[in-house]
Ligand binder design. Sequence first.
Ligand code: UTP
Length: 623
Amino acid sequence: MASLVAEKLSEIQIGDDMASTAPNLMKNLSLLSPDQVELAKMLLREEQSHLFLHWPEPGVDDDKKRDFFEQVSRLNSSYPGGLIAYIQNSRKLLADSKAGKNPYDGFTPSVPSGEILTFGDDNFNMLEEAGVKEARKAAFVLVAGGLGERLGYKGIKLALPLETTTGRCFLQHYIESILALQEASCKLVQGGCNSEIPLVIMTSDDTHAPTLNLLESNSYFGMKPTQVNLLKQEKVACLDDNDARLALDLNDKFKIQTKPHGHGDVHALLFSSGLLNKWHNAGLRWVLFFQDTNGLLFKAIPAALGVSLTREYHVNSLAVPRKAKEAIGGITKLTHADGRTMVINVEYNQLDPSLRANGHADGDVNCETGYSPFPGNINQLILELQPYIEELTKTQGAIAEFVNPKYKDSSKASFKSSTRLECMMQDYPKTLPPSARVGFTVMETWLAYAPVKNNPEDAAKVPKGNPYHSATSGEMAIYRANSLIMKKAGVEIADPVVDEFNAQEVEVWPRITWSPKWAITFADVKKKVNEKCSVSQRSTMIIKGQNIVLDNLSLDGTLIVHAIDEAEVQVSGCVQNKGWLLEKIDFKDSSLPQETRMRGFKIQKVEQLEVNYSEPGKHLFRA
Ligand code: UTP
């Protein structure tokens, strides 16, 4: 009874408030549904009456007023805790930001423990084998909702060619790699298995339709459509000031301005999708998170999964060696005076000051290996499913957020433009208990990390010695990695030459590519080549097929071998032809497609030897 009275009183209070603070809204109340009236009250309670200042009399723009509340309702339901929580979190984070509060105050940084791998040694090979075996118990999650503003590509990044010899796009490569892992993993189970590794792609309004279209127009690149789930992240409301007043769209005053919330949304989306429990019930044990344009990643996945398994990591962050002060986040253990600890990515501009503040006078410095002891985070995570579900059940997938307003001046009283809260997928471990097993796996950069993030102009400005992270460097990294892997397997691979494309200096290795089903581990490559093979620097070799063996092959030119899975093909002899040339192009040449311009070269196909095997059985090809 008492609570009913209190409710009634507060209704009257809100009604009075509405009449005085939002008279224009009050006049339009009859247009709104009961749910929308509740949302209106919530907005007023959260001091958002400015949203209605311009509302005209009933009868004018009524549809727009209803649309406004449709949007409010969407913003309310897509954020854990609703808009109230969003506004309140914003106020707190904006106050901390204004006060210059460091989120890591009170924490002492130290080097966490993890596994540092060397490609091709016994430990690496053992871990790869263990990882492949385990892959059938994994689900893959690709975060692909980003705008890609730095790259400036007109389409989605997943549709970009990973390299030009085959023109295969990132999404095709990822899907074929997962399918290759699935097949290899099942082969290792006695009697085989028919596991289907699930793939989730997180999209956003900016990427959803083109991602779906890319899948549908390519028959899901061979994956069953039922294996793939698309989860769309919603944007969050923008904020106009330190009081977290929501920003109206400058072009449409009946719309709240929105911006992406960041890839951290993936955890809440996975949780609310119900997929995690479904996977758990199906016996899966791992969830692997990865990003849209790292063409090398799948070379690192089997061994990294092997590390998760053998070290029983709940969280395994993939990392690469990092020079002290290099501009990528470092994986760091943080210990608080009150006993709290976490192993987490700390941005490079926070790591160095934090070390200095904690007795390391020189901050982040290289150790005897020539690298910082804090490995460089590449934002590919492997989580163990069961503890992941337990944690998300507590947090609903909400990830620690941050805000990064651009202030007009040092008083920090107002912003240059609206801001919003953001969250990052790698901040997941922040809420974990100290008992959680959080570690990392360091792989050599040439093997594991070559993202395509920067447009040619910005890449050309990258200081010498730092990675370009451009389409040019991303493609050259594929050829380098494949060449180095073959070299390690015994093939005589000619040294690279240094050349410049789009004003970026890169090593040009032989253009060797293979379909994932040909080899997903080093052991696969070793089985399929021998030390009697050689490849010259100007060569291109494309291997498309599962059972193709290179035996005593000398290549100086271009060779393409294509075989169906049931054909066992042995390729040998001496192949020599004019081959394919890398022709330099100017990225400003608008007569060429953007995909080509952003690389600074195209392939001129002068001459090649192409062999095709479409009949099952054993075949010998001698050039
Ligand atoms: P990036 O750091 O590459 O950001 O994201 P971005 O938004 O794609 O590109 P810029 O910063 O505008 O140039 C890393 C990964 O996270 C995904 C991206 O698609 C990429 O795979 N991402 C990013 C999301 O899924 N959602 C987001 O809100 C942001």
